[in-house]
Design a protein around this ligand. Structure first.
Ligand code: IMP
Ligand code: MG
Length: 193
């Protein structure tokens, strides 16, 4: 388990609130309506990429009114600088056979974009009826040029942020801070080891 030297250090890790609870709630409601309008009453399968997206997932399912099932998967991507494609390792897979489903991927953040790009390509091989990507946060300035060149992007993105390391609302630093109800900028001066 990572060690926190003191509760003061822990609190100092929270530099400033970037997106408030209220701003998140309003954006989630709007995204829920967008999802409803895309599917117009057809059943969907919301797939959350763990662990970061679990809080967003819990809120987004209550903001959609189309019939929905949920699924979870855990993925890690490995890249080396010279290789043009990554290897995505699924550490926990979906239990559903997604063929024939309208799949909506729920992600916490698109940073380099490598993880999601690989997950989307993998899931496409399983013949879903359609696939859309919803991300809470997007850091376009960090995108891997190869992902950029592929034309890959989210269909719905709630907030675009600068190149900052953020915590809260499911996002972690060394597994901590996921329980903050807002999104904050992390202060690296106070390392959580
Ligand atoms: P990727 O670089 O787009 O493949 O992002 C991989 C993963 O890194 C994301 O799904 C997040 O779990 C994590 N990540 C990227 N940026 C941040 C951040 O600012 N805070 C917390 N986690 C992050
Ligand atoms: Mg993640």
């Amino acid at each position: 388990m990572p060690e926190i030297k003191s509760i003061k250090d822990y609190r100092n890790g929270i530099k400033r609130v970037l997106i408030s609870e209220e701003e998140i709630a309003a954006a989630v409601q709007k995204a829920g309506k967008q999802i409803d309008s895309i599917y117009d009453g057809s059943p969907i399968l919301l797939v959350s990429i763990l662990k970061g997206a679990f809080v967003f997932m819990a809120d987004i399912i209550r903001a959609v009114s189309v019939p929905c099932e949920i699924g979870f998967m855990c993925a890690k991507s490995y890249y080396s600088g010279t290789v043009s494609a990554g290897t995505v390792k699924i550490t926990m897979d979906l239990e559903q056979d997604i063929s024939g489903y309208h799949v909506v991927i729920i992600e916490d953040i698109i940073d380099t974009g490598r993880t999601l790009y690989d997950v989307v390509n993998l899931l496409k091989t399983r013949n879903p009826r359609s696939m859309h990507v919803v991300t809470l946060l997007d850091k376009p300035s960090r995108r891997d040029p190869r992902v950029e060149a592929s034309g890959f992007k989210a269909d719905i993105s709630l907030f675009t942020i600068e190149d900052l390391f953020v915590i809260g609302y499911g996002l972690d630093c060394a597994e901590y801070y996921r329980n903050l109800p807002y999104i904050a900028e992390y202060s690296p001066e106070t390392e959580v080891e």
